[in-house]
Design a binder for this molecule. Structure first.
Ligand code: HEC
Ligand code: HEC
Ligand code: HEC
Ligand code: HEC
Length: 170
């Protein structure tokens, strides 16, 4: 009996470790790392922990084709006071002083011939997460290229005009 303890312990340990690996690998896909950005801005910290409203930073999402990405002035509105000495905040000042916008990498794409407008969706209370995932849990947003099937599935579900494919393609 006692002789088997070692192997049994090792087998158990291996099982637990591979279970953990599989969980981390497949279980929580939204924690996979997204594209790196010029400043490691975190939606988890801002929209999650600090609960800043999406529309504070993306104010035009209800009324324009472009939701808006906040200019560095808006970051400094808080960061002139909050963790002002942090090296990444110093980098914000460098961008501000040079007059160069922060070159954020775009992460969500739709095929070029598709016309997409947020307005209609937000007015019908389709949540941000239905398309963008749980942004408030992510440090870096995951790259995603929307496919037609994804759009059509929900439109069928909600019985929205499927003629959309006449309305969407220009
Ligand atoms: C409404 C206020 C507010 C705005 C606007 C804001 N931040 Fe922050 N930011 C915070 C707070 C609060 C923290 C957490 C500070 C702490 O950890 O004590 C933070 C933390 C950070 C950090 C440190 C991140 C970390 O992992 O701890 C960075 C980098 C940062 N912000 C960048 C930005 C950038 C870039 C912008 C503009 C796109 C921005 N912030 C806009 C409030 C704001
Ligand atoms: C403090 C400001 C701030 C808040 C609050 C915020 N965002 Fe952002 N958002 C940014 C910045 C800066 C970027 C560009 C950098 C990046 O992609 O991480 C961005 C990028 C995005 C993008 C990707 C756009 C692209 O490049 O394709 C989406 C989608 C998005 N935000 C959705 C949301 C949603 C949904 C919420 C609320 C749950 C939210 N954001 C809250 C500042 C903010
Ligand atoms: C029905 C799906 C859908 C919903 C709901 C949705 N989005 Fe988007 N969003 C998209 C698509 C598709 C794109 C890419 C559009 C493009 O490339 O022109 C996008 C792009 C963005 C961008 C980047 C814009 C840019 O200029 O690069 C931001 C920011 C954003 N969304 C924020 C939000 C916020 C905030 C909400 C909730 C209030 C939201 N979205 C809800 C589908 C959606
Ligand atoms: C989670 C559900 C959902 C997803 C995903 C979704 N939509 Fe929609 N869409 C809606 C709803 C609901 C409406 C109806 C809005 C209304 O009645 O005004 C709508 C309306 C539209 C319209 C206007 C249709 C018309 O009758 O003129 C267009 C265009 C459109 N969506 C394009 C897209 C594209 C492109 C995508 C994929 C990137 C997409 N949608 C993804 C729910 C969705």
């Amino acid at each position: 009996m006692l002789k088997n303890r070692g192997p049994i312990f090792l087998t158990g340990l291996t099982a637990i470790l591979s279970g953990m690996f599989l969980y981390l690998f497949y279980g929580i896909p939204e924690s996979h790392t997204g594209s790196s950005q010029p400043i490691p801005f975190s939606h988890r910290v801002h929209a999650g922990v600090k609960a800043i409203a999406c529309e504070f930073c993306h104010p035009y999402v209800r009324r324009s084709v472009h939701p808006g990405i906040p200019p560095v002035e808006k970051c400094l509105y808080c960061h002139n006071y909050i963790i002002a000495g942090h090296p990444w905040i110093q980098k914000e000042h460098d961008y501000y002083n040079s007059g160069m916008p922060i070159p954020w990498k775009k992460v969500f794409y739709i095929p070029e011939h598709v016309v997409f407008n947020h307005e209609r969706h937000i007015k019908k209370e389709v949540e941000c997460r239905a398309c963008h995932g749980r942004v408030e849990t992510m440090d870096r947003l995951l790259r995603k290229r929307f496919k037609m099937g994804f759009c059509i599935e929900c439109h069928k579900d909600k019985q929205v005009n499927i003629d959309c494919w006449l309305a969407c393609h220009n």
